[in-house]
Ligand binder design. Structure first.
Ligand SMILES: N[C@@H](CCC(=O)N[C@@H](CS)C(=O)NCC(=O)O)C(=O)O
Length: 238
């Protein structure tokens, strides 16, 4: 069976990482059965999760590469009906979520002290699942946070103040809600691989239990909430 290597479930989602949830969503959209395994991101070849163990035991890392690989092996690729223009628009939205909104989330959960305090119990679950004793977990979390904040500064989002980052987050949420509109899916009537990213990131902001104005903003977008309900009902009612 396929095995998703990821972190731990949180807030009613299969994983606390949006990239892992993207992979879970894709596999469920495809109707592929899989198991999950808690993995140590520090030991992954790219230093990041998710990874997917294929049926022959091969490991593939990076949600995008994993999905590309599985799609290339499927006789009916999900995005084949998209025109080049549609694909370009969908790629732009995917990048906005994965390369911009992701760093907004990282800022809200690692840089902003209250976000970090609210995130800590989930990290503790992850440490426990990896079998880390608490005297190792504390320093490990300290160094993990420091390294993430360094990356965030290097990427640029970490150089802004909280209000500016929240504004970026709200604008991205509104763009996603407007992009989806009546849907029913991201690219209209038919499901595409882009739904995996859209669902994972929208669910992350709406469902995660952080005290956050971006979350409140997201919950006010009817099209986004309806999309999440549709996807959840179809793919996440176990
Ligand atoms: N481009 C990668 C991004 C994966 C990613 O950023 N994963 C984060 C969790 S959301 C991670 O593993 N971080 C661990 C670390 O940076 O130490 C993908 O699509 O899989």
């Amino acid at each position: 069976m396929l095995v998703v290597h990821g972190f731990v479930p949180a807030w009613g989602l299969p994983d606390f990482s949006p990239f892992c949830n993207k992979l879970h969503t894709y596999l469920r959209m495809r109707g592929l059965e899989y198991e999950t395994k808690v993995a140590d991101s520090r030991k992954a070849p790219l230093g990041k999760l998710p990874g997917l163990q294929l049926l022959d035991g091969t490991m593939v890392y990076d949600s995008r590469l994993i999905i590309e690989r599985l799609e290339s092996e499927n006789p009916e690729p999900m995005d084949a009906h998209l025109t080049r223009r549609e694909r370009a628009r969908a790629d732009a939205m995917r990048s906005a979520l994965e390369e911009h909104f992701y760093f907004v989330l990282v800022y809200l959960h690692f840089e902003y002290e209250r976000g970090w305090q609210e995130f800590l119990p989930v990290w503790k679950d992850y440490g426990a699942a990896l079998g880390m004793p608490s005297f190792v977990l504390r320093p490990a979390l300290f160094f993990a946070r420091r390294s993430v904040l360094r990356d965030l500064r290097g990427q640029g989002t970490g150089r802004h103040d909280l209000e500016t980052v929240r504004r970026f987050g709200k604008e991205l949420v509104t763009s996603l809600a407007d992009f989806i509109g009546d849907g029913p899916y991201v690219m209209g009537e038919r499901l595409t691989t882009y739904d995996a990213t859209a669902y994972a990131f929208a669910a992350q902001i709406v469902q995660s239990e952080f005290t956050c104005p971006v979350r409140e903003h997201a919950k006010r977008h009817e099209s986004l909430v309806a999309y999440l309900d549709r996807m959840r009902e179809r793919y996440f009612v176990d």
